[in-house]
Write a protein of this length. Structure first.
Length: 179
């Protein structure tokens, strides 16, 4: 059995924090951040998670539980600012009226009962199975932003209402095109 921290990466649905911020920014929409964005999350790049799961399945003793974490605790507002900085570099031509992507950050009322911090102790999987995340937050978030910039057909399909609940993944057909 495994437990993990917040996953992010390619194919993450657009309502989640990281893809929402990427897609809103490139559309010139506001980047809503709860409260002052002080909530802390540990971010785990999805490929790091998949590698850990493979290791647990192939090498762990049955009946054990492992926590899988990214060692990437970040405030939500810092995650959003990191995305904005990457977009400044990777997509310097901004929507009309946008001077800097960070200008799109807006602070909205926090959700009632919103957790201040999610964290996970992944020392057991590291000590017993030798697993450590291969991607850092910096390399994983860059790959994620690049993926969304390069896969507009996929996320538009999800956003435009034509997504009908079918499994979307690596070998998904959109129209006549395989993605």
């Amino acid at each position: 059995m495994t437990n993990c921290s917040n996953n992010y990466g390619p194919y993450d649905f657009p309502e989640k924090l990281i893809p929402l911020m990427i897609l809103n920014a490139i559309a010139g929409k506001s980047l809503p951040v709860y409260g002052q964005g002080e909530q802390i999350r540990d971010w785990l790049y999805v490929e790091n998670h998949a590698r850990a799961l493979h290791l647990v399945i192939s090498q762990a003793d049955g009946g054990k539980t492992y926590n899988i974490g990214g060692h990437n605790e970040r405030k939500n507002v810092d995650v959003v600012k990191t995305i904005c900085c990457l977009l400044e570099e990777l997509r310097p031509v901004k929507p009309e009226g946008v001077a800097h992507y960070c200008d799109l950050i807006t602070y909205v009322a926090d959700r009632p009962g919103h957790d201040v911090r999610y964290a996970i102790d992944a020392s057991k999987i590291e000590q017993e199975l030798g697993w450590k995340p291969q991607e850092t937050f910096e390399s994983g978030i860059r790959k994620t932003v690049e993926w969304y910039l390069n896969n507009e057909t996929w996320w538009r399909h999800v956003q435009d209402g034509s997504y009908a609940g079918e499994r979307l993944g690596i070998a998904t057909k959109i129209g006549n095109e395989e993605r």
